[in-house]
Structures are given as C-alpha cells and as structure tokens.
Design a protein around this ligand. Structure first.
Ligand SMILES: NC(=O)c1ccc[n+]([C@@H]2O[C@H](COP(=O)([O-])OP(=O)(O)OC[C@H]3O[C@@H](n4cnc5c(N)ncnc54)[C@H](O)[C@@H]3O)[C@@H](O)[C@H]2O)c1
Length: 359
C-alpha cells in the first residue's frame, strides 16, 4: 500500500471540525499539523484532534505534501501563494480567491511549479449531485435546454454575530453561496460561455439585528440581489437568482428543463437530498438511492485529490473548475452592474462522475 498523504491544515475556525471528521476516517491521509493566526485556537484544536499545533512557517517547512487552506476568502490568495511558493500542493475552501484576478494568479503559480490546486465546494461529489448528473448523462429528460437556480435568504444580518464580511466586495450571496449552485450546474451541464443579468444593492445600509454588534449599521458594497442568465457552452440557458433580500420563497434550488421532461436538484450546499424527475406530464419519480456521501462529507474532495496524487490521475475538484466557477461568480457581478453580455475567458472539463466510495 502506498504511503498516506501528509496533510497540513491552516485555519482552524468554524469549518475545521467538519474537515477533521472526514479526514480522520480515511487511512490514506494523515494530518501532520494544524496552524492558525490565532495560536491559542490552533493549540486547542490540535489538542482536541490529537495532532501537533504548528506555525504556518513550520507547516510549510515540514513534511506536508498538501496544505488545506481553511482561512477566510480574503486570505486565500496570500496564504495560497505562500503554500505554492513552499512547493506544496494546495486545497482551499471556496471560493478559490476573493476575485478572478487573484484566482488566476494562484493557478498560474501552481502551473509554473508543477503543483496542483484543489478547491471546494466538494458537495458535487455527494449522493444528490451525482444522482442528478447520472440523470442528465442518461438523457432521462432529453436535451436540457433551460433551467433555474435559486439561493434566496434574508442575509446573515439577523443571525450572524459578525455579518459585515458578507456585504463587502468579494462576498455577497453570489460569491458566498452561489458558488455551490454554479459548481453543481457546471458539473451537470459543462462550462458556461456567456453571462448577462442584473445586480442590485437593494439596501445600501443594513442594520445588524442581533448579537454583540446589534444596532450597528453596515455599508453594503456587494450586490445583494442578482439575477444571472448563464449561457452554457452546450447550449442550455439557466437563470440563477442569488439574494440576501428575500424572506421566504418556494423555488427548488435547481430545476433543469429538457425536451422530454424536468429534473429537480437538491440543495447544492449539502451532500444529499431528494432528486426528482418527471417525463412529460407524468408523475414525479425519485432518483434511485444507494449512492455514497449523502451526509456531510466536507473534505471528500481533498481526499479525492490526495488519492489522485498517488494514483497519477486528475482530481475532481480541479483548479480549472474552480477558476472557471470564480470567473462566473465575479462575472455575474460585473455583467449585472454593467448590463452587458460577458463572454468568459476560461473553460473546464466536467469532473469525472463518482461511481462508488473513494476508499
Ligand atoms: N463556516 C461554514 O459553515 C463554512 C461552510 C463552507 C465553507 N466555508 C469556507 O471555509 C473558509 C473558512 O470559513 P470559517 O467559517 O471556518 O471561517 P472562520 O473565520 O471561523 O475561521 C478562519 C480561521 O482562519 C484563521 N486565519 C485567518 N487568516 C489567517 C492567516 N493569514 N493565516 C493563518 N490563519 C488565518 C482565523 O484566525 C480563523 O481561525 C472560508 O473560505 C469559507 O467560505 C465555511
């Protein structure tokens, strides 16, 4: 058996425990250290996990082959570059970077050094997205011509203790959560070619309604309601709405309309969920179950990348996919603000479907 892939982790905040749980189940990877700008937090997390606490410098100088970056999006570019300059492969939380230019710089730095980048979200490796993909590939509802995607909530200003970040450039509903919808759509339908739409800052100032900062007023930079028409290279057009301005709605997260029928996808921010299809006016049918990864498996994309390194095959959460998705996210804001039709400069292959468990 080949040696387990040595992984170092930078960033031990909210999402860290979910990754830890997945990684600790896989005998083909081992965690060689964790680091955080908050050294006390890193110490505490390390102790709980039974792994060594390190500084980032120590992690980068040590035996790790692959660094998992769980810092906030605004730090992805700077931390990612340090990882690549140290000669390590990088897997980063979403989005690849806070803007397309920074994402492209990371991919160029990796390619120049012969290193790999992997990037979340990896929810498309879950049971729900794989079931939807199988229905598309089998032609169950014929050629997909149109579709819709919806992520609409009333923003985090009434529940998150520190919601300012969500309203700054580099965030907003499109970059923070639309990344899941766009990644799942590209996984199902292939790359996007054009974008047009609208983008609004509906309320330029938003009061924080609860928590330690209640009463403060946030200045909103990022558009909070975007309607984007994604024109796929394969011919389909999907209208995606992402919003922090909607209290309630009844739309499905993803609907795809084919010549012969309709497919309904699950929430792409999760791994499993009900996927349905109907042919013509026939009854709704549930996609067959039995696929792996229907519960929270964040980190499975990193494991796929670690195994791919050993097996000499492409990894599914690839840098090409992540950079293309980031261009779509950034482009949706730009196209929405300008009203122009934008033609994308990047493309990618659809990731290989996942037939069974990875290990
Ligand atoms: N929290 C979630 O539910 C969730 C879900 C999916 C994805 N994500 C993604 O995960 C990433 C992290 O999110 P989070 O919620 O865990 O954030 P967080 O703020 O809870 O944790 C981030 C950690 O990174 C550390 N950090 C920041 N800059 C650093 C640097 N330069 N060097 C070393 N450490 C640094 C911080 O001290 C903090 O402990 C983000 O990209 C986010 O989009 C989060």
């Amino acid at each position: 058996m080949k040696q387990a892939v040595a992984i170092g982790i930078v960033g031990t905040g909210n999402i860290f425990p979910a990754y830890l749980k997945t990684l600790q189940r896989c005998p083909r990877v081992r965690i060689v250290g964790v680091a955080d700008a908050d050294a006390a937090l890193a110490q505490r997390r390390a102790q709980e996990a039974g792994v060594p606490a390190r500084t980032l410098d120590e992690l980068l100088a040590g035996e790790a082959e692959l660094i998992l970056n769980l810092t906030p999006p605004l730090a992805h570019h700077a931390v990612g570059l340090r990882v690549l300059e140290a000669g390590k492969h990088l897997f980063t939380e979403k989005p690849l970077a806070a803007n397309f230019a920074h994402g492209r710089a990371l991919v160029e730095a990796a390619r120049a050094r012969g290193l790999r980048i992997g990037c979340a979200p990896d929810t498309f490796l879950g049971a729900g997205a794989q079931a939807l993909r199988a229905l598309v590939d089998a032609g169950t509802v014929g050629t997909i011509r149109h579709g819709s995607g919806h992520f609409m909530v009333h923003g985090p200003d009434d529940w998150h203790p520190n919601p300012a970040f969500f309203y700054r450039a580099g965030a907003g509903p499109m970059l923070d959560i639309g990344v899941y919808h766009v990644t799942h759509l590209v996984h199902a339908l292939g790359p996007v070619r054009t974008l047009r739409g609208s983008a609004h800052v509906t309320h330029a100032r938003r009061p924080i309604r609860s928590g330690p900062n209640a009463g403060q007023v946030l200045e909103v930079e990022a558009p909070t309601h975007l309607v984007t028409l994604l024109g796929f290279a394969g011919g389909a057009e999907v209208a995606l709405t992402t919003s922090f301005d909607v209290w309630r709605h009844t739309h499905a997260p993803i609907e795809l309309y084919g010549d012969e029928g309709t497919l309904i996808g699950h929430d792409p921010n999760t791994f499993g969920g009900t996927v349905r299809w109907a042919v013509g006016r026939g009854p709704w049918q549930r996609a067959p179950g039995g696929r792996p990864y229907h519960q929270n498996s964040r980190g499975i994309g990193l494991i796929d990348m670690a195994l791919a390194l050993r097996e000499g095959r492409p990894h599914r959460c690839s840098e090409a996919l992540a950079l293309h998705v980031l261009e779509v996210l950034d482009g949706a804001v730009e196209a929405g603000r300008s009203g122009a039709t934008l033609t994308l400069t990047t493309t990618c292959e659809r990731p290989a479907p996942l037939a069974g468990r990875l290990f």
